[in-house]
Design a protein around this ligand. Structure first.
Ligand SMILES: *Cc1c(COP(=O)(O)O)cnc(C)c1O
Length: 383
C-alpha cells in the first residue's frame, strides 16, 4: 500500500511503540500512588513532559496532557474565555479546525460575540484585515499555525503581537505544525498552543496544551488532583510516554527531514501538473507545510478519485478526514472563496519521510490514468 494521508494521521513510529509497551505491563502503577511502582510512572510522565516542552521551547510546567488535539482546542477556547471577567468578543479564522469552530459556536449561544475572519484565496490571513477585526472588548483570539487542508502557515508571531497590544489572549492550533516544522512558543509569542501525538508519529488519543505561565485558564476536567487539578483523571501513561518519545524523535534532524519531504512533495506536484491539464493549486506555495499538496483537478469528482485509488491500495484524501467522511464540501476551501467545481475536484495528498521516489512515480501515473478514465467515462472532453 502507498499511504499519502499523513495529515489525517501517521503510523506510530516503532520506537514510540517500544517505549510505550512497558507501561502496559510491568510499569502499570497509578502515577498518583505513593509507592515505588507509582513513582516509576510519575517519573515517566515527568520525562515526557520535558520531552514535549523541549520540542516547542516551553517549560515543562507549562505542558498539560490531554486526549488529543480536539480536547486541547476545546479546553483552550472554553477555558480561556470562561476565565475572563466579562463575556468577551472572540476572533477566530473561518479556516480553523472544527474543534476550534464548534466550541466558539457554543460560546456564541452562551452570549459571546464571535467574528469568523475569512482567509485570502491563497489560504493566508491578512495581518491588516485581522487587526481591523479586533475591538476593545476582544478577549480571546485563535488562529491556527498551519492549516490541515491546504497546509498554509499563518503569520502567528505578528498576529499574537497585535492581540497582546489589545490585552487579549492568543491561542494557536499547532496540531499540523508540531513535529513537521520548527515550533517555538517564545518565538511565536503565543499564550496557548495545541498539539496532538498521532499527527507526528505518536499514538492516537493523546495530545497536549501549552499554557504560558501566568495565563488564566478554567479547569477542563473536574475530579482529582492530577495535573495540578487542571485536568483531572488518571493519566494515559502509555500514551503520554509515546507522545514524549514522538516529540524526542521529531526534534532530531527536523530541517533535513523537511527538505527531504518537500522534495518528494514537489516531485509529485510537478508530475501531476505536467500530466493533467488545468490543475489548480489550492493555497500558496510560499509558507506551506513541506508535505502538503492540495490541488483541484478540473471536471472530476474528487471523492470518486479517492475511491478509485483506494481500490489500488493508494490512500489520499479529499480534505480533512472529519469533513471528508461527512461528504460535504470543505468549509476551508469554501472560506477561500473557491467555486463549486474547484471544491468538488479538490484532493489533499500529504507526504511523509517514509514515502519513496518509486511510490511518488507510481502514484502520479495511477492518478493520471484514473483521471483520464473518469474523463473518458464522462465524455466531457477534458483531455
Ligand atoms: C487532527 C487535527 C485536530 C484534532 O486532533 P485530534 O488529536 O485528532 O483530536 C485539530 N486541529 C488540526 C489542525 C488537526 O489537523
Amino acid at each position: 500500500m502507498i499511504y499519502l494521508d499523513n495529515a489525517a494521521t501517521t503510523v506510530t513510529d516503532p520506537e514510540v511503540v517500544r517505549s510505550m509497551l512497558p507501561y502496559f505491563t510491568e510499569n502499570f502503577g497509578n502515577p498518583s500512588s505513593i509507592y515505588s511502582i507509582g513513582n516509576d510512572t510519575k517519573n515517566a510522565i515527568a520525562k515526557a513532559r520535558a520531552q514535549v516542552a523541549g520540542l516547542i521551547g516551553a517549560r515543562p510546567g507549562e505542558i498539560y496532557f490531554t486526549s488529543g488535539g480536539t480536547e486541547s482546542n476545546n479546553w483552550a477556547v472554553t477555558g480561556a474565555v470562561m476565565a475572563l471577567q466579562k463575556k468577551p468578543h472572540i476572533v477566530v479564522s473561518a479556516i480553523e479546525h472544527l474543534s476550534v469552530l464548534n466550541p466558539c459556536k457554543m460560546l456564541e449561544k452562551m452570549g459571546c460575540e464571535v467574528t469568523y475572519l475569512p482567509a485570502r484565496s491563497d489560504g493566508t490571513i491578512s495581518v491588516e484585515t485581522f487587526a481591523s477585526k479586533l475591538r476593545p472588548d476582544t478577549g480571546f483570539v485563535s488562529i491556527m499555525l498551519a492549516n490541515n487542508e491546504v497546509g498554509t502557515i499563518e503569520p502567528i508571531r505578528k498576529l499574537a503581537e497585535i492581540v497582546h497590544e489589545k490585552g487579549a489572549i492568543f491561542h494557536t492550533d499547532a496540531v499540523q505544525a508540531v513535529g513537521h516544522i520548527p515550533v517555538d512558543v517564545y518565538d511565536l509569542g503565543v499564550d496557548l498552543l495545541s498539539g496532538s501525538a498521532h499527527k507526528f508519529g505518536g499514538p492516537k488519543g493523546v495530545g497536549f496544551l501549552y499554557v504560558k505561565e501566568g495565563i488564566k485558564l478554567k479547569k477542563f476536567m473536574f475530579g482529582g488532583h492530577q495535573q495540578e487539578g487542571m485536568r483531572a483523571g488518571t493519566e494515559n501513561v502509555p500514551g503520554i510516554v509515546g507522545l514524549g518519545t514522538a516529540a524526542e524523535i521529531a526534534g532530531r534532524g527536523l530541517e533535513n527531514r523537511m527538505g527531504h519531504i518537500e522534495s518528494l512533495r514537489n516531485m509529485l506536484l510537478n508530475e501531476i501538473r505536467n500530466r493533467i491539464h488545468g490543475v489548480q493549486i489550492n493555497g500558496t506555495m510560499q509558507g506551506r507545510l513541506p508535505g502538503n499538496i492540495n490541488v483541484s483537478i478540473p471536471g472530476i469528482d474528487a471523492e470518486s478519485l479517492v475511491i478509485r485509488l483506494d481500490r489500488q491500495d493508494i490512500f489520499i484524501s479529499t480534505g480533512a478526514a472529519c469533513s471528508a467522511g461527512a461528504s460535504r464540501p470543505s468549509h476551508v476551501l469554501k472560506a477561500l472563496g473557491y467555486n463549486n467545481d474547484r471544491l468538488k475536484g479538490a484532493i489533499r495528498i500529504s507526504v511523509s519521510e517514509s514515502n519513496t521516489i518509486g511510490e511518488i512515480e507510481k502514484v502520479a501515473s495511477v492518478i493520471t490514468d484514473e483521471v483520464f478514465k473518469m474523463y473518458e467515462a464522462s465524455g466531457a472532453g477534458y483531455y
